[in-house]
Every structure is written in C-alpha cells, then in structure tokens.
Ligand binder design. Structure first.
Ligand SMILES: Cc1cc2nc3c(=O)[nH]c(=O)nc-3n(C[C@H](O)[C@H](O)[C@H](O)COP(=O)(O)OP(=O)(O)OC[C@H]3O[C@@H](n4cnc5c(N)ncnc54)[C@H](O)[C@@H]3O)c2cc1C
Length: 493
C-alpha cells in the first residue's frame, strides 16, 4: 500500500531555521525526488518551563523569513502545531516517507525523550532518520582529548550551497496539504525592543558587526548599555540556527584576512569557540539540566524563598544594578555576559537560592536560550562546578564601574532618575537633606535592599570555600577535569 503513495523526504526543522549551509537540507535534496521542509510547534515542548512565547515568536519570524525566500523556489515550509509522531504518522498516510533529515540536537530532556520515540518509530516504520551536525558538538565522546581537532576540522569544511529549485514538493501541493493540519500562524507583531528572528536579519547583524560595531567589542563588552551595540548580538541567530557557527567563524576568518585584526577580533573569535565547548559539556552530561555537575554540591542546603525570588524577577530587590538588569532582560530578552553573571550571582549567593529556582525564569526571558550554554553557565556562576574560581559579583562596584553615570540603571529604574550618579547605585546612602532635595524616599520610591549585601556575600563565600575542600567535591572536580577539559585548558574554560 505504502508504495502507491508519492515519495517524500522530510527536512524536520528544529533549531536550524535557515537555508544556507544546511547539511541536512543539502543531503535530503541530493538523495530524494521530493523534499518538504517541516516545522512542528510541539505543545509538550512549549509547556517546558524553559520555553516561552518569546522563543516561539522568534521561531515564527524565522519561518516567515524562510517562506519569503522559498517563494522563488516555488515551495514553502509546512509549519504545523502538534506532537511530532502524530504529524509524522499523518504525513505518512499521504506519502511514502523516504527519509527524515534533521540536525543533531543537544536539547532539553523533553526533546531528548521525544527524539528517542522518533528513533523507535522510524525504526519500526523502516524509515531512515539522518541527523547532521551543525554545532561542532559530538555525541558519545568519553573525554575532550580529540574534541578541538574534530571541532576545527568541522568548522573548516566548505559551507553547503543555497538550494536550487530542483527537488521540492511544490507550493500548490503544500497548499492542499495544509488543509489537513492545524497550522502554526507565523505572523508576529514586531516588538521594537526585541531582536527579530530570521536568516536575513541574522546576516544584517553579522554584516553590521564587521562593518564597524566590532571596533569597540573589547572595550564595551562589560558595559550593560554599550555592549548592546558593540557585541555581535548574534546569539539568538546562532541558537535558532538562522546562522551556522561555521558561517560566523568562516566570516570572521575572512574579515581577518582582509585586515581586521586586534584584541577585539581575537576575543570575539574565542567566544565563538566557547559556544560549542559549553554545549559539548551538556551533551556529555545532560543531567546538568536538573542537578549540579559536581555531585559534591548536591549536599548544599538552600531554603527557597518565594518572596526573594519574586522581588528578583520583578527587579525590586533594592539593589539598583541587579534590578535594572532584570527589568531590562524582561523587556528586551538580552543582557550582556557580565550582567547575566551578576544577576545569577546575586540570586545564588546574596539571596542564597538554588540555581534551579532561577533556571526556568531566565531561560524564558533570554531570547537566545541555548540549553547547552545556559545550564553550565548557571552552575559556573553558582560556584558549583568545583573547577572554576568562585566569583561573587559585587553589584555596587559593578554598577559604579560599568554604568558610572547611571544611564542604564536610570533608564530601567525611572524611580531613580532624579538621583545624581553618586547615589544611583547606593540609594540607601541618601541623607535626609538629599532625600528632600531629590524628592526621593527610600522604602517609598524604591525599596531598601532585601538582604545585607556584605553579610550575605560573606556567608555564601564562607560556605562555598569550605565546601570546596569536601572529599566528594574534590573527587568530582578531578573527574570533571578528566572528562570535560581540553588537553590545553588555557584557551577555553
Ligand atoms: C547565566 C548565563 C546564561 C547564559 N545563557 C546563554 C544562552 O542561553 N545562550 C547563549 O547564546 N549564551 C548564553 N550565555 C553566554 C553569553 O552571555 C551570551 O552568549 C552573549 O552575551 C550573547 O551576546 P552576543 O551574541 O552579543 O555575544 P558575543 O560576545 O558577540 O559573542 C558571539 C557569540 O559567541 C558565543 N558566546 C559568547 N559568550 C559566550 C559564553 N560565555 N559561553 C558560550 N558561548 C558564548 C555566543 O554564541 C555569542 O553569540 C549565558 C551566560 C551566562 C552568564
């Protein structure tokens, strides 16, 4: 019966929403008579605490961008809502599925379990599911001895070409197929504050970075406002595969060859390497989604305080740099690295909350949420790896150093807008005279800090330094070093 149905290969799009340098797509077109691009918005994935409408909007905009580009090829993406196996089953009832092509995903537990079911289903149906690397991340590695060599070899490979008109399921056929499914409406209302998704937008960011923004990369990287322009802002495009890391790296090499040199470019390039380095850690130890990689820290006893968590999420802790960063993140989906580290540090150290209690909220806010970077970074900032130096950020010092005029802080905390720069990061130091002068009352216009900064820092530091000497922490540190660090540990953490 199946053989009477027309043949069709699926390119199952996940976090690879682009047409250029797409190995799975190239292979599908080379090996099959008809190919369909398929995106499935899965209710089970959308229900995960790390996933948000913000992410879905970025995905929708990316699909819209693909649809525009695909018009010239007389084809389209079939974008549907539903669970993956239901959609595959239905497609199989119309077609003889000749193969499923996708990228290798290092994702959340929910996608890992779904992929296992897909593999079983494909096996039972005798359908070949071919997965292609897009990240420089390798499955089933016992350690990192060969990783950098393999990563370099992968990144140096030529890019897959833009597809031609040949081999697609035609637009007309896709139109009639659409009637059979619950479609994903990909229209999104533009939000000026949030980066728009899509392959073409990604290239605009890539081009504008090398056309000039890169010049201040190194000097602005830690500044909460200036980093927004001088950093590449490529992270959501890389996270959703609007760009492949190979494209970004090869472009960087080409720009260097044209004469762009200097510490900034080198610093940028090393961060590009960190991307896969972190994801590889998560690939090799995915229990990091739920627990610290270093089992010695499972003994850490922290009491969840919903009142602290609420204040932190709403940007009302009474610590201006933390609050401004949190409100900015909620509004825009982006923070530079230092501010991400600072808000997490404040949460896990000063508020003494488990990193798991901020993981979902942060992931939902970060437009660029990438599980393989998110979980290892949270644990690093929480001081629970045993292999990284414990770092407790001082939010006042960071505010004074990186937002000295208070512009960023006052933008996101308008209640502090009348205060002079000397008080913006320490409003609790206001004198009665200044209070009257600036018409500002601590506790009324803006809260007093919910914890004592110095005492809470000292408590966290004492406990964590002591724990570093615990036998299990030490033993686990050795294991982590053997498994996850490169032979030459200097270039990558
Ligand atoms: C708690 C925490 C959570 C984070 N979660 C994410 C996340 O979910 N997704 C994400 O892409 N980055 C994450 N980062 C890393 C980093 O903050 C962002 O990649 C960076 O700020 C994105 O801005 P950009 O694209 O302008 O970066 P650039 O500085 O221009 O760097 C270029 C690219 O290099 C990669 N990169 C940069 N810094 C890092 C890093 N420290 N680790 C790994 N890769 C890096 C990213 O792909 C980035 O787009 C997190 C950092 C922290 C402290």
């Amino acid at each position: 019966m199946r053989s009477n149905r027309p043949p069709l290969a699926l390119v199952w799009l996940k976090r690879d929403l682009r047409l250029r340098d797409h190995d799975a797509l190239t292979a599908a077109l080379a090996e099959n008579k008809y190919v369909l691009l398929l995106y499935i918005a899965e209710p089970s994935l959308l229900a995960d605490e790390h996933v948000s409408e913000r992410h879905l909007d970025f995905i929708k905009a990316s699909i819209e961008d693909l649809q525009q580009q695909l018009k010239a090829l007389n084809t389209a993406v079939l974008a549907v809502k539903g669970e993956v196996l239901d959609v595959f089953e239905k497609l199989q009832s119309f077609f003889n599925l000749t193969g499923i092509y996708s990228h290798i995903e290092t994702g959340l537990g929910v996608t890992y379990l779904r992929d296992q079911k897909v593999a079983d289903w494909c096996h039972a149906q005798n359908i070949h599911w071919k997965e292609y690397r897009q990240q420089g991340v390798f499955r089933a590695l016992p350690n990192r001895k060969q990783w950098i060599k393999r990563w370099t070899e992968f990144m140096n490979r030529p890019q897959a070409p833009f597809p031609t008109k040949k081999g697609w399921l035609k637009l007309q056929q896709i139109e009639s197929l659409r009637r059979e499914f619950t479609l994903l409406d990909c229209k999104v209302e533009a939000n000026e504050q949030i980066q728009p998704g899509g392959e073409q937008k990604a290239f605009r960011y890539l081009n504008s970075f090398f056309e000039g923004r890169y010049k201040n990369y190194q000097t602005h990287i830690s500044k909460p406002d200036l980093a927004r322009k001088s950093c590449s802002r490529l992270s959501p495009y890389i996270a959703y595969g609007n760009l492949s890391m190979r494209q970004v790296l090869q472009r960087t090499e080409a720009e260097k060859a044209k004469g762009k040199k200097g510490f900034g470019i080198r610093a940028f390039e090393s961060r590009l390497r960190w991307q896969a380095h972190f994801i590889q850690k998560f690939e090799m130890e995915c229990r990091m989604e739920h627990e610290s990689i270093n089992r010695g820290y499972h003994a850490l006893n922290k009491t969840v305080r919903p009142d602290y968590i609420k204040a932190w999420e709403e940007g009302k802790t009474g610590v201006p740099m933390v609050d401004a960063a949190m409100r900015c993140l909620v509004a825009t989906g982006y923070l530079n690295f230092r501010m991400r580290a600072l808000v997490v540090s404040f949460f896990v150290h000063q508020l003494w909350q488990p990193w798991q209690a901020c993981s979902g909220f942060l992931a939902r806010q970060f437009l660029d949420f990438e599980p393989g970077i998110h979980f290892p970074q949270l644990q690093m900032q929480a001081g629970e790896t045993g292999i990284n130096t414990l770092r407790i950020y001082n939010p006042v010092k960071n505010g004074q150093e990186h937002d000295p005029h208070g512009h960023f802080t006052q933008k996101w905390l308008p209640e502090l807008s009348e205060l002079p720069p000397t008080l913006v990061h320490t409003p609790w130091e206001i004198t009665p005279f200044e209070s009257a002068l600036y018409n500002f009352e601590l506790g009324k216009n803006y809260p007093a800090p919910i914890v004592n900064l110095e005492e809470s820092r000292k408590k966290a530091s004492d406990i964590l330094w002591k724990m570093q000497k615990a036998p299990l922490v030490y033993q686990e540190s050795k294991r982590i070093l053997r498994k996850h660090t490169l032979p030459n540990r200097n270039s990558i953490q």
